[in-house]
Design a protein. Sequence first.
Length: 224
Amino acid sequence: MRSIGRLEKGLRNNSYVGAEHARPVQAKNMKIIFLDRDGVINQFPGYGSYVTKIREFHFILGSLQAIRQLTQAGYKLFVISNQAGVGKGIYSLQKLQRIDAYMRRNVEKAGGKIHKSFYCTHRADAGCDCRKPGIGLLKKALKSLHKTIAHAQKAFFVGDSQGDIATGHRAGCKTIFVLCGRDNLRSLRQWKVKPDFIVKDLKAAAKIIEYENSGHSHNGRSRA
Ligand SMILES: [Mg+2]
Ligand SMILES: [Zn+2]
């Protein structure tokens, strides 16, 4: 697994326990994955920009394949996405729903499945609890499976931004930062909360997830 960009010791945050406490992750425990949308599944639309129509939604190369792979391996995938452009009146909720339907349709055509998508459509100043880095959407997603937020500790969060990693970390997920979207390794240096893994894209993230869940990893994270 040399291609996997596991974080080296210096980059690990203090939520990591030492190797002496590590234990292999139980595969059957970790079957939930939260995915950010823009910059993870489809191309990042640019700073301050939004995907406002289907025409502007472009799958990142390999993301459909990764979703299929994870679906076939038995994972439940949720999309967790901030879409404040709706709250700002830049595009309508209906447009967002159409884009979502387009995404799912293509995921299914490719043999994958997104179990459910959860969007926060509020503006940043609305004070809602669903906008990431809030964990309201994760709670909702888990609730739809009759699980509490405690179950997030057995899940992965894949995102392309500092906010995503902060969200996943706050909820107790294992976090995977993909470099195919908004943020890069340079911006990572400023982050207070570091991701557990850094990879090129969702395809590489899928490899990490499968590897971590295979029981081969000796870096399973646990939290008190
Ligand atoms: Mg994103
Ligand atoms: Zn919200």
